[in-house]
Design a protein. Structure first.
Length: 246
């Protein structure tokens, strides 16, 4: 074998030692799990707002009903006026709670639309990452297969070379020529296997770089999305501040 022919391979072998890590998506799986938890949190907030709106509406309607059904029609003078003011205040508070229920439902619609937009955006990036993952795994398997082929061809070339050296010492010209031809063919096959192996390593390395860049980009986008989630939840949670003042 030509010692120089294996120089490129030996330089690339340290990279191959860590190729198995490419098939593991632990970090990305953790990120996806966090996103699932974030989506669940958005849904929990939606449910909370929905239940709060229902409670505010019930409470408001009950206050209005109480105020309108209150007696005091036979009373006269200042007590009657005070009683009327009290009923008006109760009805006003009830209407405020009903108004709050309407506000909460409006915010709920906005939150649902926000969640759907985030869902579509996440789906887009998840599909991109899935394609890259599949391509990376496919190239890894292809590289491992070419590695086995390369090693087998090298072994056959070594054996053919040893056989040629052994037969050439016997002085049988016909057997020597036959053995020499086989050794040459095996060497050419090993060189071709080496070329394919090196090419697959380079493709795998390119896939690794692409995967890392896309993974970084996705993590950054997901971080921004999570920030938007928090901002969205805070913005949609503002009506609760009004609720506590009612």
């Amino acid at each position: 074998q030509n010692p120089q022919a294996f120089t490129g391979i030996s330089r690339l072998r340290p990279r191959m030692a860590s190729c198995k890590e490419f098939t593991a998506h632990t970090g990305y799986d953790v990120l996806l799990q966090r996103l699932l938890e974030g989506r669940k949190m958005c849904k929990d907030v939606e449910d909370l707002i929905k239940q709060r709106a229902q409670a505010e509406e019930r409470y408001g309607k009950e206050l209005v009903q109480i105020a309108r059904k209150a007696g005091g029609h036979t009373e006269i003078n200042t007590l009657k006026a005070s009683f009327e003011v009290l009923k008006q205040q109760i009805e006003s508070v009830g209407n405020s709670h009903i108004q709050l229920a309407t506000m909460l439902r409006d915010e709920l619609k906005g939150l649902e639309e926000f969640r759907e937009r985030q869902k579509e955006q996440r789906k887009k990036y998840e599909n991109t990452m899935d394609k890259i993952h599949k391509n990376k795994i496919s190239l890894y398997k292809k590289t491992m297969e070419s590695k086995k082929t390369y090693e087998q061809k090298c072994k056959e070339a070594d054996e053919a070379e040893l056989a040629f050296e052994r037969i050439s010492t016997m002085g049988n010209q016909k057997q020597t020529e036959k053995s020499q031809t086989k050794a040459k063919q095996c060497k050419e096959a090993a060189n071709e296997a080496e070329r394919v192996y090196k090419q697959n390593i380079e493709l795998l390395d390119a896939a690794r770089i692409s995967w890392e860049q896309e993974h970084i980009s996705t993590c950054e986008v997901r971080g921004l999305d999570q920030g938007c989630d928090l901002l969205g939840l805070r913005c949609h949670g503002q009506p609760f501040g009004f609720a506590h003042k009612v």
